[in-house]
Design a protein around this ligand. Structure first.
Ligand code: ASP
Length: 354
């Protein structure tokens, strides 16, 4: 390493180089207008993905480059670096990708110590005959392909986890700090709106040739049981695409999507001729219809959790829906990045713990 390059700069350069591993050669622009959508924490993601598309990137590569910004952002506690750890204090990441032109996909789950799981998922797609690698096998695969080790547990995320652990039981010997000594970030994290303003990132991209790519990447449920895997790395649940129809993805309660293969449902609704708005609302309705467990219902029998869906069609239409009101999504249509409203199934704010 040249002496003028500081170690941290070197590691940052190595990490961002890993985002490019497996990226396709650029191609000249086609006749169409590129469009990128993402979950509400993805404004910078859609900007970067659009920049990539305008420079001729493959749509999946553009989406991966976009979410890499959020994966590397320590202030987003739901994705990548700074993600909230599992109940043992270890950050475990899930991610998946799908590539429209080849209808292929790859995923990693419960991956530790690797900053860019979506880029690893692309290599699973390209350099194995499999769709999903988990845990230590996924880690060793990433290392084999040159991904550097990264300590994903930031000091802020560790303090949030420690406070959670200290407040779990009155029957142990741990004592949380008095409320007036809590740092503001802990108060904000345990406040009512945290997960609605953050919470996993999905990105779908349409390039100027009409090809689609998408990715969903997350640190998953806060304080999860070690080894718990959500919907994000499961093809059909946390994301799905058909290059002839459109691309879809989700954030929110992963178990609801695993039990309904929601992203697949959205694309099949497009196949039936539905508008993307109706297609995403259809996925919301399925969740309501199958949510039979009382512990997951509010007093009126509706889900006491939230799920949000995002859909981009091959002809450039897009829409988002959520079970409860207030959700937004990020969009870049080639002119500017902006947040737009998702259509709620229930026109009320989410229940307190959703
Ligand atoms: N869907 C993610 C999971 O279940 C979490 C989230 O989006 O909030 O792991």
């Amino acid at each position: 390493m040249p002496p003028s390059i500081h170690r941290r700069q070197f590691l940052a350069a190595t990490a961002s180089a890993s985002v490019l591993l497996g990226a396709a050669p650029r191609r000249p622009p086609g006749p169409g207008q590129p469009i990128v959508i993402a979950s509400a924490n993805g404004l910078r993601c859609v900007e970067e993905a659009m920049r990539q598309l305008q420079n001729g990137a493959d749509p999946l590569d553009a989406a991966i480059a976009g979410v890499a910004i959020v994966e590397a952002d320590p202030s987003d506690h739901t994705v990548g670096l700074g993600g909230i750890p599992n109940e043992d204090g270890v950050v475990e990441l899930d991610a998946a990708v799908m590539h429209g032109p080849t209808h292929s996909g790859g995923a990693v789950a419960a991956l530790r110590n690797i900053l860019h799981p979506a880029a690893v998922a692309r290599l699973v797609m390209q350099r194995t005959d499999h769709c999903l690698l988990v845990g230590d096998g996924a880690y060793r695969f990433a290392k084999m392909h040159g991904f550097p080790d990264t300590n994903l547990l930031t000091d802020e995320a560790r303090q949030i986890w420690l406070y959670w652990k200290e407040t779990q039981s009155r029957n142990d010997d741990r004592i949380p700090p008095p409320p007036d000594q809590l740092p503001p970030f802990i108060k904000a994290f345990f406040g009512p709106n945290y997960i609605r303003e953050h919470g996993t990132i999905h990105c779908s991209a349409l390039d100027s040739h009409g090809d689609l790519g998408c990715t969903t990447t997350t640190s998953g449920l806060f304080f999860k049981i070690p080894g718990r895997v959500g919907d994000s790395p499961i093809l059909g649940a946390g994301l799905w695409l058909d290059n002839q129809l459109g691309s879809a993805g989700s954030t929110g309660r992963g178990e609801a999507n695993l039990l309904n293969l929601s992203s697949h449902t959205i694309i099949e609704a497009l196949r039936q001729g539905k508008h993307p708005q109706d297609a995403t609302l259809e996925a919301c309705r399925r969740i309501v219809a199958t949510n039979h467990l009382k512990r997951l219902q509010d007093p009126k029998g509706r889900p006491n959790f939230d799920v949000r869906f995002y859909c981009l069609t091959k002809d450039g239409r897009f829409a988002g829906s959520s079970l409860w009101a207030g959700a937004k999504m990020a969009v870049h249509d080639g002119h500017s990045a902006r947040l737009v409203d998702c259509a709620p199934l229930f026109d009320e704010p989410p229940p307190p713990d959703a």
